[in-house]
Structures are given as C-alpha cells and as structure tokens.
Ligand binder design. Sequence first.
Ligand code: PXG
Length: 305
Amino acid sequence: MSVHTPASRADASRGHDEAAPSFKIWINGKLYDKADAKVSVYDHGLLYGDGVFEGLRSYGGRVFRLEQHLDRLWNSAKAILLELPLTREELARAIHETLQTNGLEDAYVRITVTRGCGTLGFDPKHAADPQVIIITDHITVYPPEFYSRGLEIITAATQRNNPSALSPRIKSLNYLNNVLAKIEATQAGCMEALMLNHKGEVAECTADNIFLVRDGVLLTPPTDAGILEGITRDAVIELARASGREVREVAITRHDVYIADEVFLTGTAVEVIAVVKVDSRPIGDGKPGPVTQDLQERFRKLTRD
Ligand code: PXG
C-alpha cells in the first residue's frame, strides 16, 4: 500500500472541500447559511458532550436505511433521557427538505441533537431546549486505490468504551475514545485503528464495524462485545446470508484477525472496504479477497441500483 502523507489523510477524512459551495444547514426548523448556523457556548452538547448523533448517506436522493437510522437515533436519545422535540416523520421530512434545498443527491447527512442551552452545571434539568441540527454535504470517500488495494490498520491502545460505563450502542457526542484511537492510527500512518473491548476482545474500528472471513464463513463481534450496531453491518449480514453464506456473531481475538483469510470493514462512510494488513501482519495473500469483493459489489447494487 502506498504511503499517504498526514495532510492527504486529513483531507480525506475531513469530509468537506473548502472550495465547495456552502450548503444550508437546518436547525430547529429553519435553514441557515453555514456562517450563521450556530449553537450557544452554553449548549450542553458542547459543555458536556451531552447529546446524540447519526451519520447517514443518500444515494440518488434516497436516504439509505432511513428508518433504521431514525430508530438508532431515537434509541440513543431514549438511553440518555433526551426527548426529541419533533416526530420521526418531521425529522425525515426535514432531512429531505435540506437535501433538496442544497441540490444534493449523493450526500452525507449528519444529524446532531444536543441537550440544548442552559446554565453551567451538567444537570440536564438546566437545559431544556434541545437543538436538532441537519448538515448535508458532499460525502468524502477514500480514494479508489484504497478500495482496490485495501487498508492497513493497527490495533489501538485506546479501548472502546466499557459498556458498563457508557454503552457503545449509544451514538453519543462523547466520541473521545474513538478520536484518540483515530489519532493513534494516523500517527502509525494508517487510516483506521482496531479497537478492543474491556475484555481484550476485538470490538470494532473507530467508525466502522469489522468482519473476518475464515473458510468461507463470516465472523463478526456480537453486540455484547461493546460495539455500535452498525447499519451497514446489518445490511452486509443480510446480503451475505441471502447469498448463502454463513455469518456468525462470535467473540473474536486479535489472533483470529491475524490468521483470517480476509478482513473487511463496514460503515456509512467506507461502505465495504478490505483490510490487507493488521499490526504489520498481511491478511491472507495481502490483497482484497473474493468474499470481500463479492460483498462490495452486492452492497453497491443495493445502494445504487
Ligand atoms: N462503529 C462506530 C463506532 C461508528 O461510529 C460504525 C461502527 C458504523 O456504523 P454504520 O451505521 O455507519 O454502518 C460507526 C459509524 C461521523 C460519522 O460523522 C460516524 C459514523 C458514520 C458516519 C459518520 O463521524 N460512524
């Protein structure tokens, strides 16, 4: 795999292009220019990371698995006792309205819900005006060569959140452990890092779920390994099973990863991407394998045809 400079990696993951047009941003029912789209410095989302988010994608104007993303958003909000100030239908309409206003068909959609503005002090009773924000923008994907050659990743020393402290199933505004793992990846010259759970088992990567292929069978960590239940992960499990492959949700060790025939990641941003080296160990023959390629193609058809 070619070596990418830190600058190009940062550009690839920053998710927007300075020269691109500025898209309108939806906040609590109104559309704002980017420069005017603001929340208060007293917002508990900023002060305490008190809020939840979703990252979605639209293909040809259709939001992929919108209902599942809304389910996850409502479940995340419920878990932190945050009541959304609008209905699912209203949010769905607002997403489509924002995409249409911005003339975007193939796009990234970022929903952020903060606890809202209040006094200092993190007691939620001091913040009672949740802010619902919809950002739509061009989706920045990895350059095509990352898909044809596959990614090299490392295992991060930073663990995934311990589920008994804060469930990783909540897509909360507290992403610091993932941010720290991402920094470790970048410092090692990689795009992604593998995160282990509190038991030392494989959990997931910083913004992607992980799958292994061994003897034609797909293996992926179960929900109770302390992962986000990825919507792309679900779609890939369905595609694999529909094509006659066995998928097992089982505890996975780093050793299992090293000796797998194939490894790939799934996520809204990366879709399905091969991993060809983990902690300097080549996976299989060091090239994206046939099962990964097959699922990449099936996922492409699912989202684009
Ligand atoms: N694990 C973690 C920790 C994630 O954050 C996934 C797995 C993949 O889930 P989906 O549902 O996307 O298949 C994620 C997804 C962002 C952003 O704005 C983050 C994600 C997805 C899209 C955007 O940082 N994380």
